[in-house]
Design a protein around this ligand. Sequence first.
Ligand code: BDR
Ligand code: CA
Length: 295
Amino acid sequence: NRKVIIDTDPGLDDAVAILFALASGRFDVIGLTTVAGNIGLDRTTANAGGLLSVMGRSDIPVISGAATALMRNNIDAIVVHGDDGLRGVQLPAPASPHQTDAVSWLAKTLVAEPSGSIDVLALGPVTNIARLIDEHPEAAGRIGHLIVMGGAILEPGNAGPASEFNFASDPEATALVLHSDIRTTIVPLDVTRRVRADRAYVEALRGNIAGDTAASLLTAYLLDDKTSRPLHDPCVMLLALAPELFGIELYRLSVNLSDDSDAGGLTISVSGSPVSVAMQVDVPGVLKLLASGFR
Ligand code: BDR
Ligand code: CA
């Protein structure tokens, strides 16, 4: 199993991704670092700790990170995730207190392990990763593979007309990350919108504590009237496990750093270093892999 750090803002789909990572037994999760995103940092941090409690994995540390974007006011996604980040799904309290200063913890942890041996799975705004690159470039350079849920290439956005929520939340951080020389793959809406859970899929996850909790979270995420919902963040875990189920393109990307409604939006450009972008996905294949993690 690869060692992974999950950087996250749970968040319903983050929560399902984390449960999958723990339940599948296919990752060695060495820490959860949290960031403000779907909701404020206090909530995302408490939710991360609650998920570890559910899974009896309070041996894994939670380390809180950035409460604000690098240069902008926060946006949030309370309309999707509710004002507790989990639409009222109750989790047990975190069993152990969280640590603080995710950026220093990331640096220390990356330096303590062999270079390239830790992957970072980023499910929220990339503020912590950008600060790591800025403040501890040498440690950041030791990341094996950074896989980020974010962006919209040919698809319309979900924050602005062409911008996706995680990247719109911190455009400056996004630019820093995409233009760094860390081996990076992004999983944009072009893929994640195709990987959808409907009610039958959700019910079939039930059967153990991880599956039951994932099903409750996804039922809340389905809202009252939606027949299916996109599994954005779990796609990062799925790509980490089974890259062969995705079609990857190499793009040079520039990030909209203006103040308009598409800040954080991506355009394909001619300069800069190429980034791997998941553009195609074997939908039945990844849905099957996700469900198998809860068996
Ligand atoms: C991303 O935004 C958040 O609301 C989700 O958790 C996901 O990380 C999708 O655009
Ligand atoms: Ca997220």
